[in-house]
Design a binder for this molecule. Structure first.
Ligand SMILES: NC(=O)C1=CN([C@@H]2O[C@H](COP(=O)(O)OP(=O)(O)OC[C@H]3O[C@@H](n4cnc5c(N)ncnc54)[C@H](OP(=O)(O)O)[C@@H]3O)[C@@H](O)[C@H]2O)C=CC1
Ligand SMILES: O=C(O)[C@@H]1CCC=N1
Length: 271
């Protein structure tokens, strides 16, 4: 169990996913998780649900934390960090989850002597299947970096990546659950069209996606080979594959992600 205090400023979708994962994984005592959201009702609800410690202010969280998560929207994070910079201890590790906010701009807000880690998680952290990239600045030690990776590994998988890869990470995992949910919803709609009850259709579609993902991860086989294994000659699947190719399925996914990555890059230039 990690004997550190972890603080969160901002408690929305992502903080809830990370805190849920930390508590479920027994990574640290819930009372060692300090939370400040500017909505008091959120702090109370988190205390009731997880037994975490609600704070009265962002400064209080900053003073308490050994590792401080800045988990507010990208447009407010620099202001929030500037306000708490003087409350941080010298050794506090600041972890930013904001999309498009670079290590350089975080250092400008916090001071250039700060240990900062930029991470990009995703919402499946809520069900212990998150995927997170971890990018430390030069002041973070190997051991501290490994600690952050271990935190995210406790509710999914995590890997250290160079900062230039962050836009690809946003495209392929940070934002990706949204397109996967759309795919599941569309498949379920089609199953409903085929007469299946709606709830059952979501179950079948989601399990098909989960099982297929598991096959990629566990067999190490090329996705194309796994696809070929499903397509019987003259069978049903190849009919579906033909239509997906005709409708530009792959091109649509690639173009959607290209624009997602471009937006991530544009946000980084603004910050
Ligand atoms: N959602 C996702 O899938 C992912 C999000 N991210 C990043 O995570 C960050 C947070 O996203 P997400 O959790 O979705 O956002 P949310 O809006 O759900 O959460 C942010 C929370 O912080 C609160 N807040 C805003 N300003 C302050 C402040 N000054 N002090 C304390 N609390 C404040 C917000 O309150 P209010 O609602 O009143 O504004 C809200 O409750 C973003 O920077 C985003 O880029 C990264 C990866 C994936
Ligand atoms: O849509 C967004 O900007 C954030 C970043 C990754 C997922 N959600």
């Amino acid at each position: 169990m990690l004997e550190k205090k972890i603080g969160f400023i901002g408690c929305g979708n992502m903080s809830k996913a990370i805190i849920g994962g930390l508590v479920a994984g027994g990574v640290l005592k819930p009372e060692n998780i300090w939370v400040f959201d500017h909505k008091p009702a959120t702090n109370q609800a988190m205390q009731q649900q997880y037994g975490i410690t609600p704070a009265q202010s962002a400064e209080e969280v900053a003073k308490q934390a050994d590792i401080l998560f800045a988990a507010v929207k990208p447009n407010v994070i620099l202001k929030v960090l500037k306000e708490v910079a003087s409350s941080l201890n010298k050794e506090t590790l600041v972890v930013s989850i904001a999309a498009g906010v670079t290590l350089d701009s975080l250092a400008m807000a916090l001071g250039h002597d700060r240990k900062i880690v930029r991470v990009m998680p995703n919402t499946p952290a809520l069900v212990n299947e998150g995927m997170t990239s971890v990018t430390p600045n030069a002041l973070v030690t190997q051991q501290e970096s490994e600690e952050v990776v271990a935190i995210f590994n406790s509710f999914g998988k995590a890997a250290v990546v160079d900062e230039y890869l962050i836009h690809a990470v946003v495209g392929v995992s940070g934002s990706a659950p949204a397109y996967v949910f759309m795919f599941i919803e569309a498949m379920a709609d089609a199953a409903v069209l085929g007469g299946m009850p709606r709830a059952q259709a979501y179950q079948f579609a989601a399990q098909a996606v989960k099982g297929s993902a598991q096959m990629v991860l566990e067999t190490g086989k090329h996705p194309g080979e796994l696809k070929d294994m499903v397509c019987s000659p003259g069978g049903t699947t190849i009919e579906a594959v033909k239509v997906l190719e005709e409708k530009g399925f792959r091109a649509a996914v690639i173009e959607a992600m290209r624009q997602c990555m471009a937006k991530s890059e544009a946000l980084s230039k603004k910050s």
